[in-house]
Design a protein around this ligand. Structure first.
Ligand code: CDP
Ligand code: MG
Length: 833
């Protein structure tokens, strides 16, 4: 049945929206030309006290006095009993032996590359050595050291540690700053911040005025932000000859960075680790299969209703795991793996084995192994939370009071953070579930066992790293070795790799730099908003420049959605998008949601698309799960609207304290819904910061208008679009690039025999044996015409031409007529303007 009412939108719409955004920007900056001065108010405030003192005699005197005070405080601390104890610990770190060498190299060279085993003291010690040396030279009050970290949590944890080592609290000489949070005082001279924060600072202050040292940590990870920062810094160095740059890396690819900076000196800090034994999946099955506790021995824990039901399927699950594993091994045995091509890795899919294998290995360690902490590497924090819940609901690990289960990821509370580093009481088994951040950026000393699932995913919402929906992918050999090494800090250790050896053999030696494996749209947008000139020219200066074609694709995409104009200049829309920490197209959806006053459902859609699908599809209850999802669809042919209803229902249930039951009944993931909730809060905060939203209420007048919400979804997802042709017994779907496509079976549209709309918009398509659309929303011709493409101030002709291209391709005569008459009206409108 066709919806009764279509949204009728006035044709002058695009101009109204455009004017609105323009007025908003000029009101904010007063300087339309220079967008770089348009930083958010919070940032301005934050950098206010960064202004260097005016060089006059009084100021010099004040600074000198403060420097001497700092020196006295440092001497006092070093003389105190706790201070001496701390000195002792610090002196035992491998980095200490290199202290003088490092300091000399830094004073004599503008750029120095430092490498060393994880835990040798690079991050906590080196910035501190510099600070101490400056204080000793009575320059304490004038030095200004910035040390970047790829992740929020390491910036926070490290700054806290360094402050403690200096006998201070955070915000005295040592501080930190991450997005939306920070601790920094008047006297803070050493600041740990995320790479994104330093990039944002460059936005307001291109010369990093007053900064004396920049330390870029964890460069071996080759994150997009770090590679990006290096290009900018390389440019800056000749303009700031007194500025010092120190690059720190865990593994030994220092040569690459050194030669990028014209042969900068390299210093290696030697370290020591104990041997670690590797167990690949083949051995793990041998070790764990016969030693598990039978499920019927643990009945007294069965109070929890959820767990009881789970228990019934446990035995079945165990068999499933075993057969999935065996199947994969068989595939390996029969030579389906070609270790030389990475493609072959797709035959082996640990996701189908899920958490159960990890659980079995943990169970084995708890029951049969010697004491020592366990570090489990997982793909992302939603997985970590889900496994944590599952392990807590199951007493499989033995007496729960003897197990200390901790999660380690970017958004954990700081109380939990401390527990991770502390050694637990004797007899208590510490198990830390971590993302790949535990690979190099934090060190847990008492780890003896490592469980490595072999995959990694970065879900980061930091300023520049706008790719929150990255899928888990295989790690590199270097990463696998690094993970294994975590088990050998204090004694010989064991590492359980949850994949067969032949899969390990097929891993790449090193992971490709992020710049070469992620879409460049967000990055291109940032290059423009930082006014760094031509995108392709800028990126060609990277350590390993991306393919010109992928740069071109990204630029074209940004033009298509109206973030860049014909001449590659940032449009009004583009300026706004560069301030939102999501993919540009999803950012556009949010802005449309705010402008058209239906923000609430749109934020839910974007949060769902950014985190992951909260609808669970357990393979043994697929039918039940699919019909649970179908209930949310109300036959309106939209996965996205179903998501909105499911989320709203959960929110209501949460208010009545029954969120958990609601999720259980409807096959929803509570973790994912919670993650969406916190992301929504972030969006709202940012929209307020940008100034697009005054209050949540004011942006929701039309939130219940389903047709409008559908139109906004289309506006965000374009050009992700496919045509629908209803056949007798089936539906034929086509996109421009792929020809025929299919729907994922858990899409609400997959159950329909007819879709009474001519188009589907989608966020993601996946190529397996055929091309599948994961999620889709049906839209009408008029919605596509009005909201598809760039309705923001981009030359309308280009937009119409492109739409024309679509029309010709799909040969829809009815649409062609609508299009022609619309084109006439739109053209008139533009020329009048
Ligand atoms: O950066 P790198 O991996 O070289 O080492 P680090 O992070 O500076 O850590 C040096 C030492 O400090 C390690 O032995 C850590 O265990 C210890 N540390 C700590 O006890 N608490 C922290 N929050 C951070 C580090
Ligand atoms: Mg480090």
């Amino acid at each position: 049945k066709r919806p009764q009412r279509e949204v009728v939108l006035p044709y002058g719409l695009q101009n109204r929206v455009d004017d609105l955004l323009k007025a908003h920007l000029s009101k904010k900056s007063g300087n339309k030309e220079n967008f770089a001065h348009n930083a958010s108010p919070n940032d301005k405030e934050f950098y206010e006290n960064e202004k260097p003192f005016a060089r006059n005699v009084v100021a010099e005197q004040i600074l000198r006095r403060r420097s001497l005070e700092m020196r006295n405080r440092q001497e006092d601390w070093k003389g105190s009993p706790e201070g001496q104890k701390m000195q002792e610990i610090r002196r035992n770190l491998p980095a200490y032996k290199e202290r003088e060498t490092l300091l000399r190299a830094i004073s004599e060279n503008q750029v120095v590359v430092v490498s060393g085993e994880t835990g040798c003291g690079k991050t906590t010690q080196l910035p501190q050595y510099i600070l101490e040396a400056e204080i000793e030279a009575a320059r304490g009050a004038t030095c200004n050291i910035i040390c970047t970290q790829p992740r929020r949590i390491s910036a926070m944890a490290v700054s806290e540690r360094v402050a403690a080592e200096r006998g201070e609290s955070l915000g005295e000489s040592v501080g930190y700053k991450v997005r939306l949070e920070g601790m920094k005082g008047r006297d803070t001279r050493l600041l740990f911040c995320t790479t994104g924060i330093l990039l944002r600072r460059l936005l307001v202050d291109r010369n990093l005025g007053g900064v004396t040292h920049v330390i870029v940590d964890e460069i071996h990870e080759r994150g997009m932000n770090e590679d990006f920062l290096l290009i900018v810094l390389k440019d800056l160095l000749p303009r700031r000859p007194e500025l010092r740059l120190i690059l720190m890396s865990a593994t030994l690819n220092a040569e690459l960075f050194s030669s990028y900076f014209g042969g900068a000196p390299m210093i290696h800090i030697p370290g020591f680790t104990y041997p670690v034994r590797s167990h690949f999946l083949e051995n793990i099955l041998e070790i764990t299969r016969y030693r598990l506790t039978p499920y019927n021995q643990i009945d007294n824990y069965g109070q929890d209703k959820m767990w009881k039901m789970q228990k019934q399927t446990d035995r079945k699950r165990k068999t499933q795991i075993a057969s999935a594993v065996e199947e994969s091994l068989e595939a390996a045995d029969f030579g389906q793996f070609n270790p030389r091509t990475r493609d072959s890795l797709s035959c082996w899919n640990p996701d189908s084995i899920g958490f159960n294998l990890i659980e079995h290995v943990l169970c084995h360690i708890c029951k049969n192994e010697r004491p020592g902490a366990v570090l489990v590497f997982m793909t992302g924090w939603d997985d970590i939370n889900a496994l944590k819940d599952q392990l807590q609901a199951h007493p499989l690990l033995g007496d729960p009071s003897r197990v200390l289960l901790l999660a380690c990821h970017g958004s954990m509370a700081s109380a939990e953070q401390k527990l991770i580093f502390d050694k637990p009481e004797d007899g208590i088994r510490k198990i830390v579930l971590a993302t790949n951040m535990a690979e190099t950026s934090i060190t847990i000393n008492d780890v003896v066992f490592v469980v490595d699932c072999g995959k990694a995913k970065e879900t980061s919402y930091d300023a520049l790293n706008n790719t929150p929906c990255l899928l888990p992918s295989w790690i590199s050999k270097a990463s696998a070795r690094q993970r294994r090494g975590r088990a050998g800090r204090v004694q010989p250790g064991e590492c359980y790799h949850l994949y067969p050896r032949c899969v390990f053999e097929a891993f790449a030696d090193y992971q490709l730099p992020e710049l070469l494996r992620t879409p460049l749209q967000s990055l291109c947008l940032q290059i423009k908003s930082l006014q760094l000139g031509s995108i392709s020219e800028f990126l060609s200066k990277a350590l390993q420049p991306p393919e010109p074609l992928s740069v071109q694709n990204a630029v074209e995409f940004l033009k298509t959605i109206g973030a860049l104009d014909e001449n590659e200049n940032l449009t009004v829309l583009g300026q706004h998008l560069s301030m939102l920490p999501v993919e540009p197209k999803l950012g556009k959806m949010i802005i449309l949601g705010a402008v058209f006053n239906c923000l609430d459902p749109i934020m839910t859609v974007v949060a769902g698309l950014s985190v992951r699908d909260p609808f669970l599809m357990p393979f043994d209850k697929k039918d039940l799960a699919e019909s649970a999802k179908a209930q949310f669809s109300a036959r309106d042919f939209s996965d996205h609207l179903a998501l909105v209803r499911a989320y709203d229902g959960w929110r209501n249930a949460e208010r009545q304290q029954s969120g958990y039951e609601y999720c259980w009944k409807n096959f929803l993931s509570a973790q994912t819904l919670k993650a969406m909730d916190s992301l929504r809060k972030q969006f709202l905060h940012l929209l307020k910061e940008i100034g697009l939203v005054d209050s949540f209420q004011s942006c929701n007048a039309w939130s219940n208008d389903e047709h409008l919400v559908r139109a906004i979804i289309c506006g965000g997802l374009f050009p992700g679009i496919c045509s629908v042709v209803n056949k007798e017994r089936s539906i034929s779907l086509k996109t421009m690039e792929d020809g025929g496509v299919l729907l994922y079976s858990n899409s609400v549209n997959a159950q329909e025999l007819q879709i009474p709309y001519p188009w589907l918009v989608f966020n993601e398509k996946v190529k397996v044996n055929a091309v599948f659309l994961r999620d889709s929303t049906a839209v009408s011709d008029s919605v596509l015409l009005l909201f598809g493409g760039s309705i923001f101030g981009r030359a309308l002709d280009g937009y119409l031409m492109m739409l024309g291209g679509y029309l010709e391709f799909f040969m829809s005569p009815s649409l062609a007529n609508t299009y022609l008459s619309l084109k006439r009206e739109l053209n008139e409108l533009v020329h009048k303007k």
